[in-house]
Design a protein around this ligand. Structure first.
Ligand SMILES: NC(=O)c1ccc[n+]([C@@H]2O[C@H](COP(=O)([O-])OP(=O)(O)OC[C@H]3O[C@@H](n4cnc5c(N)ncnc54)[C@H](OP(=O)(O)O)[C@@H]3O)[C@@H](O)[C@H]2O)c1
Length: 198
């Protein structure tokens, strides 16, 4: 399975390292184009290549790792998100002070779901820093917990299979409405926890 990564900064690269290790192919992309990703792709190895955002969106699963403020540009760049399985590790914080964005009482993933009309959004992997995400998920005889939630059961099953393959323990928090607010940084209770399932 191919995974397209939009946003090749700290979180995009950390996730890419884990999935490449598990045998997935990745297409890395950013705003500056493939040439700027040569070194990152070299480090990731033969399962990785650099491409455009459009190339990344052509993969079976998309990992959308851009900052909140860059989402509208990415959303607009792709004319049709319908049916795309999108993993959302995004925290709704705004520079320069990284305070929470104004969401009118909604979870950030509900807002992103609206921006990416018809996409099958699964929120996951937003509760770790890049060093924790890329480190071994095995600790103290157990597996590090990844929370996920989403409204499309089939998309969640695929994301769960990726979570399993890279060695984490997935915990399904239900729909976006039920789970995304719990996962969300800075308002939810789950970010920053390093929980191990024994
Ligand atoms: N860092 C953390 O501790 C952490 C933890 C959990 C979740 N998150 C979330 O993960 C997301 C990514 O965070 P990060 O720390 O990895 O950010 P980052 O290091 O700033 O990387 C952001 C990436 O997004 C790319 N990008 C920006 N605009 C784009 C566009 N229009 N099209 C395609 N790519 C674009 C950037 O590419 P260029 O450099 O080419 O512009 C860069 O590769 C954020 O939403 C953040 O809230 C971060």
């Amino acid at each position: 399975m191919k995974i397209g990564i939009i946003g090749s900064g700290g979180i995009g690269q950390a996730f890419a390292r884990q999935v490449v290790k598990a045998g997935y192919e990745v297409i890395m992309s950013n705003s500056r184009g493939a040439d700027s990703l040569k070194e990152i792709v070299k480090q990731l190895g033969s399962k990785a290549r650099a491409g455009t955002v459009e190339d990344a969106v052509g993969a079976e699963v998309i990992f959308l790792a851009v900052q909140w403020i860059h989402l509208p540009a990415v959303a607009k760049q792709i004319s049709n998100w319908a049916g795309k399985i999108v993993i959302d590790p995004i925290n709704p914080v705004v520079p320069p002070d990284y305070k929470m964005a104004e969401l009118a009482g909604r979870a950030s993933s509900e807002v992103i779901q609206e921006m990416l009309a018809g996409a099958k959004l699964v929120k996951a992997f937003n509760t770790f820093t890049p060093p924790l995400l890329q480190s071994s998920p095995e600790e103290m005889g157990g597996k590090r917990v990844v929370f996920y939630c989403g409204d499309d059961e089939a998309a969640k099953t695929i994301v769960k299979s990726i979570i399993d393959a890279i060695g984490f323990a997935g915990i399904d928090l239900g729909t976006l409405k039920a789970g995304a607010y719990l996962q969300q940084y800075p308002s939810g209770p789950l970010p920053g926890l390093n929980l191990i399932k024994l």
